[in-house]
Ligand binder design. Structure first.
Ligand code: BGC
Length: 381
């Protein structure tokens, strides 16, 4: 038998000090009767989408370090946001004898044949952060509470506008405020969760006239930015300013689901003359606490971001991997939300935190995610 799953790794202390066999998080029961193979003989394939965004580099590094700390061999690959490259990398991991796959997909629907091959070879597949859709062969999903990310982004927009206070209570501003909406890449299942979560908060305020989407582009298809590209977001913001704000009106807020998009949006706004005392920069949200954006938040240019601690996500992926490799099943904390079109994938969801200028230190620096120096320079050192 090619499969050599073992319990050896199940009680290995991970880099973050968590002991997988203690049963916390996604770590499930070890497999009774599984043949013991030392972790050193087991290979985990880790497929990440791109290195153009800092978060995926951090994810890849954390997953690799924590798997290695648990004794496994790791094959980490980045696909440069190119779907055929990712398919080929996953194919190669399977032929090279991977015992388990951890995959953050570029296009959530594009890996069905690879996953079929993985299932044929009895290789468990963990979908990492982004749900892999339309396949029976996804065994587990580790992610953040993606609907809540959208809710938090919308609340951060309202807080920035003064409609709400940071504690959620009613603020003093009443509007009406002009806002514009951006969404992520439509081939990423998360984009829908973020947008739907945000709209669950914003739609009632659009309906009662507190918020006005002047462009009338309120559908996710209109708001979407393919592959989460910063330049595409900048262009769309430029187009919105030309088409809807050339009559002397100003945009007061922009819902942006990712820091890279936020930076493109802010560039378009600054190029159009926003960012002076007479014409202040609109409230722009974000996600991922990328260092360049954290600095923009400290400098009061970007209003907020949503922090997703990739170290903790990596930890849950490793805990789930250990459960599978030990012949057991990981523990899910959500078994209803993530229907991938074929089945509801058992999931482990992590919470998120909203970051404004005044809690950068307590949330990002105190936790060691960024140093004070990095925040001051806006660079990852
Ligand atoms: C992730 C976000 C990220 C986005 C762009 C999404 O799938 O959940 O954290 O901002 O991809 O990389």
């Amino acid at each position: 038998m090619r499969r050599k799953l073992g319990l050896a790794a199940a009680c290995t202390a991970l880099a973050l000090g968590l002991v997988a066999c203690a049963g916390s998080g996604a770590g499930g029961g070890g497999g009774a009767g599984s043949s013991a193979a030392p972790a050193q003989e087991l290979l985990v394939g880790v497929s990440m989408p791109t290195q153009t965004s800092e978060r995926w580099i951090a994810d890849g590094d954390s997953v690799r370090e924590q798997l290695q700390a648990a004794g496994y061999q790791v094959d980490l690959q980045y696909a440069g946001d190119d779907i055929p490259t990712q398919s080929q990398q996953v194919d190669q991991m399977i032929t090279q004898g991977a015992d388990l796959l951890i995959i953050a997909a570029i296009d959530g629907t594009a890996l069905s044949s690879q996953l079929q091959a993985a299932a044929g070879a009895n290789i468990p597949v963990i979908s990492y952060d982004r749900l892999i859709r339309d396949s029976q062969n996804v065994d587990f999903y580790v992610t953040f509470d993606n609907f809540q990310v959208g809710v938090a982004q919308a609340n951060a927009l309202l807080t920035g506008l003064g409609i709400k206070n940071a504690d959620g209570s009613q603020g003093s501003a009443t509007g009406p405020f002009n806002i514009e909406l951006f969404a992520g890449s439509l081939d990423d299942n998360n984009a829908f969760f973020f947008f739907n979560g945000a709209m669950s908060v914003l739609q009632p305020l659009i309906d009662n006239g507190t918020l006005v989407v002047k462009s009338k582009q309120t559908g996710i298809e209109q708001a979407a930015i393919l592959r989460w590209q910063q330049e595409t977001a900048q262009r769309r913001m430029e187009d919105l300013l030309t088409s809807s704000y050339n009559d002397g009106t100003r945009v007061a807020g922009v819902l942006s689901p990712y820091d890279g998009l936020s930076r493109g949006i802010l560039t378009a706004l600054q190029n159009a003359g926003y960012g002076t005392p007479q014409n202040p920069i609109p409230v722009v949200t974000g996600q991922d606490a990328e260092i360049a954006s954290v600095k923009l938040i400290a400098d009061r240019v970007q209003s907020s971001t949503i922090f997703k601690d990739t170290r903790l996500l990596a930890e849950q992926a490793v805990v789930a991997a250990q459960a599978f490799l030990g012949g057991g099943q990981p523990n899910a904390n959500d078994t209803t939300t993530y229907d991938n079109g074929v089945k509801v994938v058992p999931s482990y969801l992590l919470p998120v935190e909203t970051v404004f200028a005044d809690n950068i230190n307590s949330v990002l620096v105190d936790s060691g995610y960024w140093t004070a120096d990095e925040v001051a320079s806006g660079q990852n050192k």
